[in-house]
Design a protein around this ligand. Structure first.
Ligand code: GH3
Ligand code: MG
Ligand code: MG
Ligand code: MG
Length: 331
């Protein structure tokens, strides 16, 4: 507890024009964990007040140049200092009027010299405790703010991770199309929507022709390349945003076409069939290139019909296309 020592202790400013009074106050406050800062004039006191945070000001009333009331008045006019508690310590005892003036000037207390040590200490102690409390709460608030920022950062990360996870769990690794799981979800959703709206829903399913032979001829690696190329061609097709393409099996793809009837779905199937054919990927079949066979099915869902019905129908149509010699579409 020496002057102008920078510590975490609360600062108390003691203002008196007489050195012996300053020393007396310092002695009385010896046992507090506080840093005492001396000022021997009002001007000096104000300079300190603007420079430091204080828990309390012990302010002499009678001083040359600027008296304690003036100091208090100036403190009240400054936002940095107006909250700092002031205890007047004075030899002035000329009655209540002066004490009243002290309170008017913003003092929290008005003590007369000679001071009663224990009363003085307990009064100062209240403000030291409050200041310490305030300081601790401020620190906690800062800590909390920091934690809050960390939490926000973590929440952001969690969201991103969830998005990635969702992406990965719904996407086919080879082609980046929707996978079977996502296809099933979308299909069920669209089926329900069509049930409500009583608009037709259609499915286009395709299976690459003689793909086992392709793998056997060119190798599995080239087979994968071929699947990727076909996936890109399907994605590049001119279809509506609503139409969803998925890889639903090894070399099988499907398109869900909401609000689309059989004729519309057949057009999509033919466009896809041509898109694949026009890739001109060499293959040792009757077409000398990679082709695919298509099944198309369409329905307006009725109460007694389950979503499986349309899946079965599209499967059968695809099988029919295979039977008819491949590279074609069947409704
Ligand atoms: P079909 O014209 O009757 O459809 O004959 P297919 O050979 O295409 O039919 P099949 O079902 O007998 O064979 C499908 C083949 O597709 C089996 C497998 O070698 C190949 N295949 C399935 N998934 C993949 C894959 O992810 N990568 C590669 N390279 N080949 C795959
Ligand atoms: Mg004095
Ligand atoms: Mg197949
Ligand atoms: Mg096949």
């Amino acid at each position: 507890m020496r002057m102008l020592m920078k510590s975490n202790n609360p600062n108390i400013l003691i203002v008196d024009d007489k050195l012996e009074n300053l020393i007396t106050l310092e002695r009385l406050l010896e046992h507090f964990d506080v840093d005492l800062i001396r000022a021997s004039s009002g001007k000096e006191a104000l300079a300190h007040l603007l420079d430091n945070d204080f828990a309390l000001v012990l302010l002499d009333v009678k001083m040359p140049d600027m008296d304690g009331y003036e100091v208090a008045e100036l403190m009240r006019g400054n936002s940095r200092t107006k909250q700092i508690p002031i205890i007047f310590v004075t030899a002035e005892s000329r009655g209540d009027a002066l004490i009243f003036k002290g309170y008017e000037a913003g003092a929290v207390d008005y003590l007369l010299k000679p001071l009663n040590a224990s009363i003085f200490r307990s009064k100062v102690g209240v403000f030291v405790d409050l200041f310490n409390q305030k300081h601790a709460l401020k620190l906690k608030t800062l800590e909390f703010d920091q934690k809050l920022a960390e939490l926000e950062e973590l929440q952001q990360q969690l969201e991103e991770t969830n998005e990635q996870l969702l992406m990965l769990s719904t996407t086919d690794g080879l082609t980046s199309l929707y996978n079977r799981r996502k296809f099933d979800d979308i299909y069920l959703e669209e089926w329900q929507r069509a049930s409500r709206s009583q608009n037709p829903i259609s499915l286009v399913m395709l299976d690459i022709d003689h793909f086992k032979l392709y793998n056997d001829t060119y190798g599995h690696h080239k087979g994968d390349d071929c699947l990727r190329t076909i996936a890109s061609a399907l994605q590049a097709m001119d279809i509506r945003h609503l139409d969803k393409i998925a890889r639903i099996g090894g070399e099988e793809f499907a398109v869900i076409l909401p609000d689309t009837d059989g004729d519309g779905a057949m057009l999509v199937a033919e466009r896809a069939r041509l898109a694949i054919e026009n890739l001109n990927i060499p293959h040792e079949t009757q077409f000398n290139k990679v082709t695919a066979s298509f099944g198309v099915s369409s329905i307006i869902p009725k109460r007694e019909i389950t979503p499986k019905f349309l899946m079965k129908a599209v499967d059968e149509a695809l099988y029919e296309s295979k039977k008819r010699g491949r590279n074609g579409s069947t409704l």
